[in-house]
Unconditional design. Structure first.
Length: 252
């Protein structure tokens, strides 16, 4: 085999390898309940969501399509930006969701739910959109609701950025009357899951608004069911890595 033929074969192999490797890093979706069913519970992932590569974050619901969030170059606790939630008045709302893959509510009780926030005062809420609930106006297990965690008096000082931790152990209220959570009373996820054995989490997200005057907050490092999403303004710059410049293989 000639030298030129051997070099051509090497280039073809490298290009094929690059095609297989690149998708695993560029725009990779989170693992855990959002990815393969074979991923062990609690395994973390380091997904990134940016202005140009949202990686599943956004608003998939028609009735909330105008409640958008935006990506900011301002930082919370890192140096690559964040997600900005902003409203202009009491009727406005700003939110971003990600699919939770229909994980059972009872299966997330021992997994970390947290997020970082920077604002003059803590104001962002964490939301879990459920289906398969019972009670209230629903019959059987056809119900749905959104469980909402909001910062309380024990929330950390977020003026310079802080992390809201252990939300799975916090108090939540339900937007619909369901068994285990009625009349907007704040209750534990444990109590709700016990009353709702068939409930699943379809989406999770962060939001502000509805009742707030014009305000904004920055959110980052959203963690749910073993997946942490880093929000950034821009995609990370990538090079050719160890493959180098394939054009130079042939030489002159």
């Amino acid at each position: 085999m000639s030298t030129t033929a051997r070099r051509a074969g090497i280039v073809a192999a490298l290009v094929s390898s690059a095609a297989l490797i690149a998708p695993a890093f560029a725009g990779a979706l989170p693992t855990g309940s959002l990815g393969s069913d074979e991923t062990a519970p609690g395994v973390t992932c380091d997904a990134t969501s940016t202005e140009t590569t949202a990686n599943g974050w956004g608003i998939p619901f028609d009735d909330e399509k105008n409640q958008t969030a935006s990506y900011s170059a301002e930082n919370v606790l890192d140096e690559d930006g964040s997600l900005e939630l902003a409203v202009d008045g009491v009727e406005d709302r700003s939110v971003s969701y990600h699919s939770a893959g229909g994980v059972k509510l009872s299966d997330i009780l021992d997994t970390d739910i947290s997020f970082a926030e920077r604002a003059a005062t803590a104001k962002a809420s964490f939301q879990l959109r459920l289906s398969g609930t019972t009670g209230g106006k629903f019959t059987g297990t056809t119900g749905f609701t959104t469980l909402v965690w909001v910062p309380g008096v024990t929330a950390p000082d977020t003026a310079d950025g802080a992390v809201h931790t252990d939300l799975q152990d916090g108090q939540w209220w339900s937007t619909q009357n369901i068994d285990g959570a009625k009349d907007f009373a704040r209750v534990s996820l444990d109590a709700i899951a016990e009353a709702q054995p068939n409930a699943v989490v379809d989406h999770y997200g962060v939001s502000i608004g509805r009742g707030s005057a014009a305000t904004s907050t920055l959110v980052d490092a959203v963690t749910f069911n073993g997946c942490t999403t880093n929000f950034a303004k821009k995609d990370a710059e990538t090079g050719t890595g160890s493959l180098g410049n394939l054009g130079n293989i042939f030489g002159s």
